[in-house]
Every structure is written in C-alpha cells, then in structure tokens.
Design a binder for this molecule. Sequence first.
Ligand code: SAM
Length: 272
Amino acid sequence: MGKLFVVGTPIGNLGDLSPRAVRALEDCDFIAAEDTRVSLKLLNHFGIKKPLVSYYEHNLRERGEQIVARMEAGETCAVITDAGMPCISDPGEDLVRLCAERGVAVEVVPGPSAAISALAVSGLSTSRFAFEGFLSVKRNSRLEHLEQVKNDTRTLIFYEAPHKLLSTLQDLLTVFGDRRISLARELTKIHEEVRRTTLSEAVGWYTENTPKGEFVLVIEGAAPAEETPPTLEEAVEMVKSLAQGGMSLSDAAKDVARQTGYKKGQLYKAAL
Ligand code: SAM
C-alpha cells in the first residue's frame, strides 16, 4: 500500500517551501497538482522532476479514484495546490476522505496558509476564530452567510478576490456594522501590506483606490451579549435546587448571593 502526502507550498515567497516539503516532492512517485503549469514553475525552481497529474475542482471525482487506485497498488503521491495548504479552500479534501475510506495512509507536510498567516498579523484576537472561506458570488447567499455569522464573537476570516473586495466590504459593513478589520494583501510577496482599520474606513479607502492582489479579511467578532442578571425568583430557585442537591440552605444562599449580588439573608428567607 502506498501513501498520500498533503504538502503545503508557498503563498508567494518560494523561500517558504520547507526542506521536508522538498524531500516529499522528490521522494514521491507522482504529484497531483491543481494546475500543473503553476506547479511546474515551483518544481523547476527546486530542480525537482516528477510526473504530474492534474487534480482540480472539475475532475476531482474520477481523478481521485485513479489516484487512490495507484496508491492502493503501492505508489506514493504528493498532493499540492497553486499556493498554500491543499484542502483549505483548495482541492485535497476529497482525496483525503477517499484515502481514509480506503485505508490509504495520509501524512501532512505542513506549509503556510494565507488564513492563519493573516490572522497572526491582524492584531485582532487570535484565541478563538472561525475560517469562513470565500463568500458566494450570489448576493443573496452572501448576505445569508453574513447573517449566519454576524453574532459570532470569534474573529472571522474570509478569503476574497480583488474585483469583489469593495462590494464585500460594503455588505460586511451593512450586516455587521462598523467593526475593526485587518486586510492582509499579497502576504510574503513584494507588495505585502496589512491594513488594520475599520469596515467604514476600508470601504472609503477602496472606493478611492482600486484593490490589487490577493486578500484575506480578518474581522473582529461580535461584542459578547451582556448576560441579564437573574431575577430574585430565579435566584431563589437556584438556592432551592442547591439545597435539594444536599447543600445546607445557609451555604446555598451564600453561594447564590455571591453569584448574583442579592443579599444572603434575603435569599435564605425567601427560600425557607
Ligand atoms: N489553500 C490556500 C491557503 O492555504 O491559503 C488558499 C487558496 S484560495 C483558492 C486562494 C485565496 O487565498 C486568495 O483568493 C486569497 O484570499 C488568499 N491568499 C492566497 N495567497 C495569499 C497571499 N499571498 N496574500 C493574501 N491572501 C492570499
């Protein structure tokens, strides 16, 4: 049985191809590439000569079967895409699923991903985030998508093409209101730029300046909803349920008083 290597490639700067990725590409039997012409440039740069098969959005199903059959017969395959990590808004997910179903081993050779790179330099909260990929080109689906995530308190990450950037920013401003945004453009390339601003200012800027290059949008999550404090009746119920669980009424009243701000004596008397 062969093996699949999921190999991350640079998102711009060729210096980001790791030595381990070079070895995986040199050692495999064949490479499944999203666009063989793009990958050939990368392989030529590193002096790697390897048979290539194209594996992209429109031939995933039949080509995936052929690739898995070759691995079942003992060959090793490296899957790569035009830039970044395969499987992340790029081909690869289906192939990994097929391998898992058919018992073919899969090994990852991690490389850069635009989403994580943009998040890291955004200056926004990185502790919890959601990757939302590309928004649909259809306006209704786009707005529906944004409505679904507008109350999410996690930092949100979107990929966007330059020709759609302005209308996307306008939709984001309409649905989310004015929030902080970090626009990461052309990461690791000559014109790398990170614009940390607000949605309204970004709309203004890109109305005046035509967006160029590849963008990742990192947007501040929604402000957490303020918790409404429990009513006195609810607090008394909390005391009773703690007491039913075996706590003394006095301790239960003390505990709930600490949590809710009501007076211990008031809770104790009401619960009696
Ligand atoms: N699989 C890739 C990854 O792991 O980053 C993403 C592929 S997706 C088809 C391409 C999108 O990634 C672009 O439209 C852009 O939003 C983002 N992207 C890729 N390279 C980038 C770069 N150097 N700077 C900023 N964004 C980039």
